[in-house]
Design a protein around this ligand. Structure first.
Ligand SMILES: Cc1cc2nc3c(=O)[nH]c(=O)nc-3n(C[C@H](O)[C@H](O)[C@H](O)COP(=O)(O)OP(=O)(O)OC[C@H]3O[C@@H](n4cnc5c(N)ncnc54)[C@H](O)[C@@H]3O)c2cc1C
Length: 413
């Protein structure tokens, strides 16, 4: 199997065959975690090569498509499996243990899928798009970062330009992960040339609707396989492709919750894999020393503890989101918005400290780039987490709301 074979595969049948699966559809009725573990086993085989060559994880993403994992959140009426936010969280966690880039690509795709599925309303175009996403296992990329504005997702510079029922968009999309490999693009944009930067729409573009001209490469410390290149994006599409709901609503109800939950789960997966390496290392060291634990074993305990805290944080925030996901008012409440925003900040910091502790537990063997205890790739990958929408920006945005918060009356609520 070559990368070219995978790229030129047109159908899910071909993808299934190329990624080592026989026949289609493999996924009908299958358990989601089993399917995710199959993808993870393929992702793991290529993770080092993907990192070294900073290339898109073609084999793992072909396997994810072959397992029918791209459209799982769509309701059965649109061809999907009605998978929950929690199902996707678990898949991101499983993939994160194998290959951070694969997990993050899958997470970013599902963030966009969640936004489209939840807010399509009565739009026939968007319903048809979701059906196609499931049928053809489309991979969706995201463009929110624009020019030098960094992670200010709630402001856009380029406006949508309208003419005769068609729209055009000319955008300095300074980071689009897997832009070349994606089948469709979901982008924020200013509503029109007169609108304020914060008056945004979300626009779905099919691959035929846009061109991408590279403006910036992607030679980074970690998350190298996300291939998050910068592009000049030029789009020409039908006006109906604009989501029927204002981006402001999509942002608070779907984009932030899905992004923070799915990303955190992917980072937790990276952290879990790193802890597993440290555990094996300490076990081996103890065995070869007559059962005596090495002095650095205390760091394994720290890594275990912070991983436990990270998983608990994700689980409680997920439970809270799932409990109120049908209640627009509760989703918009200051308390929930603060909690879901802080999830990203806290999860990224816990993930980094978990991997750091795991590396300390392994000592030089963890610091080396070779050997089973090497922590280099995990550390480099997880260091992307505090800057992927910079924690400083999130904390600065929340500082006013922290003044309004009240002392919690009990531990649980
Ligand atoms: C792996 C990865 C994949 C990505 N994929 C995509 C993608 O597919 N599509 C996409 O659109 N974007 C993508 N991005 C970009 C991402 O969405 C953010 O735009 C980017 O991470 C912003 O990084 P920054 O540190 O330059 O942040 P900025 O927000 O520009 O911050 C720059 C600096 O200013 C500081 N700062 C900013 N605001 C404040 C403030 N209010 N108070 C105090 N300090 C502040 C920060 O601490 C930071 O040091 C990706 C990023 C990563 C890491």
């Amino acid at each position: 199997m070559t990368v070219h074979d995978l790229k030129s595969a047109k159908s899910t049948a071909e993808l299934a065959e190329l990624s080592g699966l026989d026949g289609v559809p493999q996924w009908a009725g299958g358990d989601l975690r089993t399917r995710a573990r199959h993808v993870a086993s393929i992702a793991e085989q290529y993770a080092e090569q993907v990192d070294r060559e900073a290339r898109f994880p073609e084999e793992a993403m072909a396997a994810a498509k072959a397992q029918g994992l791209m459209g799982i959140m769509a309701p059965a009426s649109l061809g999907g499996e009605g998978a929950s936010t929690g199902d996707v969280v678990e898949i991101c966690y499983i993939l994160g243990q194998a290959c951070a880039s694969t997990a993050m690509i899958y997470a970013m795709h599902q963030v966009k899928a969640a936004c489209v599925i939840r807010h399509l309303g009565d739009s026939a175009w968007h319903k048809a798009f979701v059906r196609r996403m499931v049928r053809d296992q489309l991979l969706l990329a995201s463009s929110t970062t624009e020019g030098q504005a960094g992670g200010n997702v709630r402001s856009s510079a380029a406006p949508v330009v309208y003419k005769d029922g068609r729209i055009t968009l000319d955008r300095d999309a300074s980071v689009i992960s897997y832009g070349e490999a994606a089948d469709a693009l979901v982008t924020t944009a200013r509503r029109d040339a007169e609108a304020a930067g914060s008056d945004q729409v979300l626009l779905i573009l099919d691959r035929a609707d846009y061109t991408l001209t590279g403006t910036q490469g992607w030679d980074t410390l970690g998350m190298r396989g996300t291939d998050s290149v910068g592009f000049a994006l030029k789009a020409d599409a039908d006006q109906t492709q604009i989501m029927p709901v204002a981006y402001e609503v999509i942002h608070s109800q779907s984009m932030v919750p899905a992004a923070h939950l799915f990303w955190s789960a992917a980072w937790a997966g990276v952290a879990a894999a790193s802890v597993e390496r440290a555990r094996r290392f300490i076990r081996k060291a103890a065995r070869s020393n007559g059962g005596q634990l090495p002095p650095a074993a205390a760091y394994l305990q720290r890594a275990n503890a912070s991983l436990r805290a990270l998983r608990a944080l994700i689980a409680t925030t997920l439970d809270r989101y799932e409990a109120i996901s049908g209640d627009a008012e509760a989703l918009g409440a200051l308390d929930f918005q603060t909690a879901i925003s802080l999830l990203k900040v806290d999860a990224s910091e816990l993930a980094v400290s978990t991997v750091m502790s795991a590396m300390r537990a392994c000592g030089l063997s963890g610091y080396r780039n070779d050997g089973d205890a090497s922590q280099g790739r995990h550390l480099r990958d997880v260091l992307s987490s505090p800057i992927m929408i910079n924690n400083d920006r999130i904390l600065a945005n929340l500082s006013a709301s922290s003044l309004l918060a009240q002392t919690p009356a009990s531990i649980r609520n």
